[in-house]
Structures are given as C-alpha cells and as structure tokens.
Write a protein that binds this ligand. Structure first.
Ligand code: HEC
Length: 157
C-alpha cells in the first residue's frame, strides 16, 4: 500500500516535470545586438568582466544546456533580464546609473550571485586577479565610495 503511494507520487512528479517543459517562458532567446561598450580602462578588465559577469550584464550571454530545462530556465531568464536591466555593458549608449556599484558588489561578494558562482567555478579568480579586477572595475565604472554611503545613511537619520 505504502509502496504504491510512493510510486504514484513518483509518476506525478515525473509527469509534472515533463509538463512544465512545454511552457515556453524562460527559454533562451537570441542575444540582442551589442550597441556600444563602455570605455574600458584596459583590455584585461574587459577580459575579467567577460569571464565573470557577462552572462547577466551584457548582450553576449552564453547559455548552458540546463538553461533549456524548466524550472532552472525560469531562474536564468529572470537573472539575465534583471541583470541587463540594471547594468548592461553592451548598451552603453543609454544611462547605466547602477554601474558605479560594480566594484562594491563584487568586493562584497553579492555579485556574481552565489548560485551562479557555484555552477561556474571558472569565475573564481585568484587573489591577485581579484585585486586587479577590482581596480579595473573602479577605474572603468567609478565607485560609490564608503564615505558617500555613510554620509547618505547619516543624512537620512
Ligand atoms: C547570474 C547572473 C549575474 C551575474 C553573473 C552577475 N550579476 Fe550582477 N546582477 C544580477 C541581477 C539579477 C541583478 C539585479 C538585482 C538583483 O536582482 O539582485 C544584478 C545587479 C547588479 C548591479 C546593480 C546593483 C544595484 O543595486 O542596482 C551591479 C552593479 C552588478 N549586478 C554588477 C555585477 C558584476 C560586477 C558582476 C561580475 C563580477 C555581476 N554583476 C555578475 C545578476 C548577475
């Protein structure tokens, strides 16, 4: 009896997994064109950026095979859409007001998102590379400095 219930649950699970594959939302779409890139401070910074950040912050996203498999595809589609909306190095002809947070986000470890880092071990840089990349991010995109933040917090109080 009990075993039957497990088997039924398993069939329902597999069936649902199959069914959600039919939902067209979230499948990788063709990358939009690259219009204009920022004035990188060095080719090396660009190289680091394309190794670590480009999948969600450029129009040159490379999709892994599992980007076609729901429900992971839904998460990836959201990341790419939101990431590009906040900060897109392929559309530098329009204002990118969050760009000055790039160095800070990377320093804190909030970017790239932890799950992405886990799925893409190649984005983990050595300590020396990390330092260079941080300098490059600041030189290219500026920095929303710590002082600035604390005065903002103070003025709110
Ligand atoms: C897996 C996708 C992904 C990767 C890779 C990624 N980001 Fe993001 N990023 C996002 C998303 C999604 C957002 C939108 C805010 C949110 O939902 O957290 C975002 C937001 C940002 C913002 C705007 C922050 C704000 O407060 O508005 C900056 C700056 C940023 N990312 C920088 C980077 C940098 C620099 C890298 C590489 C070191 C990077 N991101 C890698 C997905 C990504």
């Amino acid at each position: 009896m009990r075993q039957n219930r497990w088997i039924r649950a398993l069939f329902i699970g597999v069936g649902l997994f199959g069914l959600i594959q039919l939902i067209p939302y979230g499948r990788p779409t063709q990358n939009p064109p690259v219009v204009q890139e920022p004035p990188w401070d060095s080719p090396q910074t660009r190289q680091f950026f394309f190794r670590v950040c480009k999948d969600c912050h450029s129009n040159q996203t490379e999709y892994p095979w599992y980007a076609w498999v729901a429900p992971i595809s839904w998460l990836i589609a959201r990341d790419v859409q939101e990431g590009r909306r906040h900060f897109n190095v392929s559309e530098w002809h329009r204002p990118q007001k969050d760009a000055d947070e790039a160095a800070e986000e990377y320093r804190k470890g909030t970017m790239p998102p932890p799950l992405y880092r886990w799925m893409h071990p190649e984005v983990n840089l050595s300590a020396a590379e990390r330092r260079k990349f941080l300098q490059g991010l600041e030189a290219t995109f500026g920095s929303s400095s710590v002082e600035e933040h604390s005065t903002r917090v103070k003025s709110v109080k």
